[in-house]
Write a new protein. Structure first.
Length: 738
């Protein structure tokens, strides 16, 4: 029997909609006979059919509504605008699906039947994208004319809001097709200027769009402006990049940035890495020939004089996964390879020189196949958690199904080539379960034992596992790197994807950057951590200083790296951003631990990137970068400058030759004022990313001798040497392990 009142019908319909019970909602709407509910019934029918991809049926219901006198763009009591609700239902099918045929199926009918609607530009934008991708010139012209006419009408009617929205939709159509031209760039610049003007007036900010502003209130106001204009920033960035316009004086992106200390050159094709669409990348010298090689999610590429050649099958590698990390688990001096693949990781043993550097699958022989994982790991790292000289494994397990977390897995290396699950016995299951995405080990307090930092997603707190009394405790809250509970004192934290460690302010201890995906709508509602730069204080506590240190807001910070790109002795910050059409970010350290963006001026941008690795693939003493992206891997060569450097490779005694966790200090010996830099050799960071395992020290203009001090991970004592700059040295452990 049909509901007798409008309220009863609304409640039942909304309940079915909330459960996404589309067939039941269609049946309810079609069976409704009460005349006072007909408009609502037709509206829910249109929504349910659109949600079920019956687009013709949805349009038929909308047309019947319109013929009955309902204004589709206006709200109905208890529901909202029928047109808006249908558009939203359609958009959910294709918000991240840019296939031309599918988008045409979704939007063609709506545009044809309701081209005069306020919401037809949404359909026109997607149809323009489809026409551009399929090179249908007649259709492209039709949608261009549609937008140009609408923009002119809005201008004639002195409606800047409508003009800005139409311009954005017009530009989006091109950018979704990964195309741009002079007109699109003109509109993108105009949209950016309008967006920043509105935001700066809203938040009373009259300072620069980039750089370091020392006044705290001004910095907070600028952050609010950045949040409001993030979409406009992405748009002008991609439109500029696709059109190929140089970022020079007068360009808005130029005005946001400072002068870079180095420039980057795109050498992707030149070094043999074109047309590779991957998510994560690891770098290491697996064949001990003195240059870094690559694992692209398990696909092995050998570095042959600066050019990379895939040799996976020749070397026995047949598995490809989500990510991979190198590490010497059996202590034979050769780097083995762990590949993260669903809930079943694969371990390949490097057979070394005698085995012609082939790899042997030892997953079953090592017992890793018997480790039960309730979900797939997103993060993985080698770490000697029990300080016995061999490499163990930590896996951060991700959600399955969506938003459902799982306890992480800690696997002990038994020293005989086999592994055992020690997660529950050592306290790992006492916290959580959460949705883990990244693992970043670091000897944070310099006590010779690495802590394990875990980045958790879904607005969940992060971990900092510290060894205590023959087990682990989560020390993240104690030292201030758990995240910020939101609302104040509440239960929400951040969507942390990846994190990394480094001495940002050159004070001799290690700071932490956690990259948080932060949706502006969540920020405005008060329950989403933005990316955090935790500066370690003298008492071992961490203080988030991301805003005052100059980190620009972007919604989708993903995989961070702290590296010295310009060899000036301080660590710069590189951030990937995972969403389609969103640029990566490169920040230059000013020597005081403050950051200024240089992404576009330095020609160091990648879009839709996930993982990254920093390495010196051409051996010139400057760090190059490889960005992993589903748009295509991008390799950027650092063209360098006049600054000096020293690079330190480590070879440890005992069961693990990798020396992960070793701390190295370099001190100038012939300077008027001696200076010391500290670095730690990390295995993994971000979300299963791995940089070349060589410690890189930029020295600025200093050319004299330096003292290099190595504190090995399995020793209480240090090893020192006096060396000249300008080359790579290999340190072999000569002191006894403890």
């Amino acid at each position: 029997m049909a509901p007798s009142t409008q309220d009863e019908f609304l409640k039942k319909a909304q309940d079915l909609r909330g459960k996404e019970a589309w067939a039941d909602l269609i049946a309810l709407a079609e069976q409704e006979t009460d005349p006072q509910n007909q408009s609502l019934a037709l509206s829910f029918l249109a929504i349910a059919k659109a949600a079920g991809q019956d687009f013709e049926g949805s349009l038929a219901a909308l047309k019947e509504l319109q013929s009955g006198g309902v204004v589709l763009d206006e709200a109905l009591p208890g529901l909202g605008s029928p047109m808006v609700e249908v558009v939203n239902a359609i958009y959910l099918h294709c918000w991240a699906n840019f296939d031309p045929a599918f988008n045409r199926k979704c939007w063609q009918g709506l545009f044809q039947e309701f081209s005069d609607s306020h919401y037809s530009p949404i359909a026109a934008s997607r149809l323009l994208m489809a026409a551009l991708k399929e090179k249908k010139k007649g259709e492209v012209k039709k949608y261009q004319e549609f937008f140009e006419n609408r923009i002119q009408q809005a201008r004639d009617n002195k409606n800047p809001g409508a003009e800005a929205d139409l311009s954005r939709r017009y530009v989006d159509g091109y950018l979704r097709a990964y195309q741009s031209n002079e007109r699109i760039l003109e509109l993108a610049k105009s949209s950016w200027a309008q967006a920043w003007k509105e935001a700066s007036e809203k938040y009373s900010y009259d300072g620069p769009t980039g750089g370091v502003e020392m006044d705290p209130e001004m910095l907070k106001a600028r952050r609010e402006c950045e949040i409001d204009t993030d979409d406009a920033f992405n748009t002008i960035a991609l439109a500029t990049y696709l059109h190929g316009e140089p970022v020079e004086e007068g360009h808005p992106l130029f005005e946001m940035e400072t002068t870079p200390g180095v420039q980057f050159e795109d050498v992707t094709e030149k070094i043999g890495l074109s047309n590779l669409r991957i998510s994560r990348v690891a770098a290491a010298d697996f064949d001990l020939d003195g240059d870094p090689d690559l694992s692209l999610c398990g696909r092995l590429f050998e570095n042959r004089r600066g050019k990379f050649v895939e040799i996976s099958k020749d070397r026995g590698l047949t598995q490809v996964g989500l990510g991979s990390v190198f590490g010497d688990y059996d202590g034979d001096g050769y780097l083995d390879l762990l590949i993260v693949k669903g809930a079943f990781p694969t371990l390949y043993r490097n057979l070394g020189k005698r085995g012609k550097y082939r790899f042997e699958d030892v997953t079953n022989a090592s017992g890793l196949d018997k480790i039960t994982m309730s979900s797939s790991p997103e993060g993985a790292a080698w770490v000697d958690f029990d300080d016995d000289g061999d490499l163990d494994l930590y896996f951060a397990l991700y959600e399955n199904p969506m938003s459902v977390g799982h306890h992480d897995i800690l696997v002990e290396n038994l020293g005989d080539g086999s592994f055992a699950d020690r997660s529950e016995a050592l306290g790992i299951h006492k916290v959580g379960p959460f949705c883990g995405r990244g693992v970043s080990p670091c000897d944070v307090d310099g006590d010779g034992r690495q802590e394990i930092f875990v980045s958790n997603y879904r607005l969940q707190p992060n971990f900092q596992w510290k060894w205590q009394d023959e087990g682990f405790v989560d020390a993240s809250a104690t030292v201030g790197i758990k995240g910020e509970p939101q609302p104040e004192g509440g239960g929400y934290y951040g969507h942390t994807i990846g994190s990394c460690w480094g001495d940002v302010d050159n004070d001799g201890d290690f700071d932490l950057f956690s990259a948080n995906l932060a949706h502006p709508r969540f920020i405005r509602q008060g329950f989403s951590n933005q990316s955090m730069l935790g500066i370690q204080q003298a008492n071992g506590q961490f203080e988030d200083q991301s805003i005052q240190r100059g980190i620009r807001f972007q919604e989708t910070h993903s995989d961070p790296a702290l590296v010295d790109i310009d060899n000036d002795g301080d660590l710069d910050l590189s951030l990937t951003c995972i969403y389609e059409g969103v640029p990566s970010a490169l920040f230059q350290n000013d020597g005081q631990g403050n950051f200024q963006p240089i992404t576009f001026r330095a020609n160091a941008v990648a879009f839709h990137a996930w993982g990254q690795t920093w390495l010196d693939f051409d051996g010139d003493g400057f760090l190059d970068v490889i960005y992993a992206s589903s748009n295509g891997l991008k390799a950027l060569r650092n063209t360098g400058n006049d600054h000096q450097y020293i690079r330190i490779a480590l070879r440890c005694k005992g069961k693990d030759s990798s020396a992960f966790g070793a701390i190295v200090r370099v001190t100038t010996l012939e300077a008027d004022s001696p200076q010391t830099w500290v670095r730690q050799l990390h295995n993994a960071r971000g979300t299963t990313s791995q940089d070349e395992p060589v410690l890189h020290f930029g020295l600025g203009s200093y050319k004299g001798k330096v003292e290099v001090e190595v504190r090995w991970p399995d020793s209480d004592r240090s090893q020192k040497k006096k060396l000249r700059t300008g080359r790579l040295y290999e340190f072999k452990q000569t002191i006894k392990a403890k």
